[in-house]
Design a binder for this molecule. Structure first.
Ligand code: HEC
Ligand code: HEC
Ligand code: HEC
Length: 143
């Protein structure tokens, strides 16, 4: 059989081109979020003492690259609600280097006495996420 150089290279570059397309497609679809690797996917929203502060594992693990043990269990328990139950989950604690303030000190991450609204989504932000008592269509009836 005669070796058809043009056909073979044409075929190979078609494969390479497909590979490039698949590569682009692969990049366009964001990496699968794996909770074992990155922690719970749903944002954690603190409502006490003040409503409401948002924390996302995705940002801190997947995006920023922190390991679980940079927070667990010395800074935070692996249990939603434990910091809020301690009675000292306040800005003063953060300024003293506890909780979020262990990193949000203007050194490792932006300081806790700046950019309030990046962490604080407020009552309005909370209602946007979970529905306000007035507008939430699911809340009618049972209570
Ligand atoms: C930047 C800090 C930080 C990092 C890093 C971090 N977490 Fe968390 N995690 C938290 C905070 C804050 C809470 C809520 C604790 C609280 O409410 O007291 C939490 C809670 C949890 C919970 C409890 C969820 C529930 O429903 O009660 C699990 C499970 C968890 N984290 C797993 C992980 C895993 C797995 C990793 C590593 C892939 C990780 N976390 C990395 C801060 C972090
Ligand atoms: C182990 C270190 C660590 C802890 C603890 C930590 N963070 Fe962060 N956080 C970071 C780093 C690093 C960044 C990315 C750098 C930056 O934005 O300054 C970040 C970024 C953020 C951002 C994104 C800011 C933006 O530009 O969009 C928010 C919001 C945030 N953190 C909230 C929190 C809250 C709330 C807590 C406590 C519940 C917390 N973090 C605890 C390290 C930490
Ligand atoms: C790195 C995230 C972060 C930033 C930035 C931040 N806070 Fe907070 N704040 C928290 C967390 C976490 C709590 C405790 C949880 C809650 O109250 O929902 C809290 C609680 C509070 C409280 C109630 C407890 C107390 O200390 O009296 C007030 C008021 C408050 N923050 C004001 C502010 C103001 C004002 C700023 C900006 C100057 C700010 N916070 C910036 C995370 C942050």
């Amino acid at each position: 059989m005669k070796f058809d150089y043009k056909r073979v290279t044409g075929f190979l570059s078609a494969i390479a081109f497909t590979g490039v397309l698949l590569g682009f497609a692969g990049n366009a679809v964001s990496e699968e979020y794996d909770e074992d690797t990155y922690g719970p996917e749903a944002p954690i929203v603190f409502t006490s003492p003040v409503k409401a502060v948002i924390f996302t594992h995705k940002l801190h693990t997947m995006d920023v690259g922190l390991e679980c043990d940079s927070c667990h269990d010395e800074i935070f328990e692996m249990e939603i609600g434990s910091a809020e139950a301690n009675g000292d989950y306040t800005m003063q604690s953060l300024y003293d280097g506890k909780y979020c303030g262990a990193c949000h000190d203007g050194d490792t991450a932006f300081a806790s006495d700046t950019r309030c609204t990046v962490c604080h989504i407020g009552v309005k932000g909370f209602d946007r996420m979970f529905g306000s008592p007035k507008t939430d269509s699911h809340s009618g009836g049972n209570h």
